[in-house]
Design a protein around this ligand. Sequence first.
Ligand SMILES: NC(=O)C[C@H](N)C(=O)O
Length: 333
Amino acid sequence: MPTIRPRVGYLALGGTIASIPDEPGAPSRPGLGAAQIAAAVPGLTDVADVAGEDLLQVSSARVTMPDLLRVAARARELVDGGADGVVVSQGTDSLEESAFLLDLVWDRPEPLVLTGAMRGASVVGADGPANLLASVRTAVSPQSRDLGVLVVLGDELHAARSVRKAHTSSPAAFVSWPGPVGWVVEDRVRVAQRPHRRPALRLPDAVEDVPPVALVTATLGDDGRLLGALPDLGYRGAVIAAFGGGHVHTSWLDPLRALVGRMPVVLASRTGAGEVLSRTYGYSGGEVELLEMGLVRAGALVPLQARLLLQAALLAETDVAQAFSTHAGGELR
Ligand SMILES: NC(=O)C[C@H](N)C(=O)O
């Protein structure tokens, strides 16, 4: 009896997984398409029928929100057309942001898996082929269904809301807090914890402009003078990456008060893990005062995620406080 092979859509956007030098020894840049990347993976066709498509061929610093909405729309078409899952490869530099944004809008049970590589395609020990193979395994595994967007590198499965790139060059650059949700071992996918899924945010498939949102980090001794310039620069919202549990220098209070009157301002923490406090510190510049002033609490979202959620909420024209209370819960960030 003929076996039905799983089908996986593979969307390639560029990045190191697609990068080769123009000549031996030269710096590399994206130059390989989906078919070439997939062809370098031994055994890939034994796991699934992989249909590659080239959507972009850029470094990940050039990937934008409109690009990612196009990726989500194409991935939806693929699973609605019968694909068991979809894999997207892109550069790793902004991969955590792509994963978070796609997770906000991904409304299907089929896995949407993001991957990339830390070593270029022609480098000794290139990790792209193993990452693509593990991603395809993850995309066809019944265990991966209903987990939202996953990031797969180094045989680890990370929830989109937890993952970050934590090293500039190590092949083990991707970590998550409080840890990976699963792994690939002996060709099988194991899921150890299931991230909580939230209702998807409805965004248009095709947009040209996204409301600009600034990210301003509180740093030792800075007096917050940048804040006053944001409205004239055309920003429509701001995220504050505050100290610790959500604190700023007192010199920030007046500019922040003025800003809150003009645009939504979100309070996040620059620490990278945990959640913004709400009732611990009563000193001036503490989280209690800032939340009373009208800043929106980012919960357990890190500043990069809070910025994307604020942009998405502005784009969707939904209530910002409501969007954060739905999408910024403390469990499994
Ligand atoms: N490892 C990588 O993919 C890094 C590359 N600079 C990029 O993000 O496009």
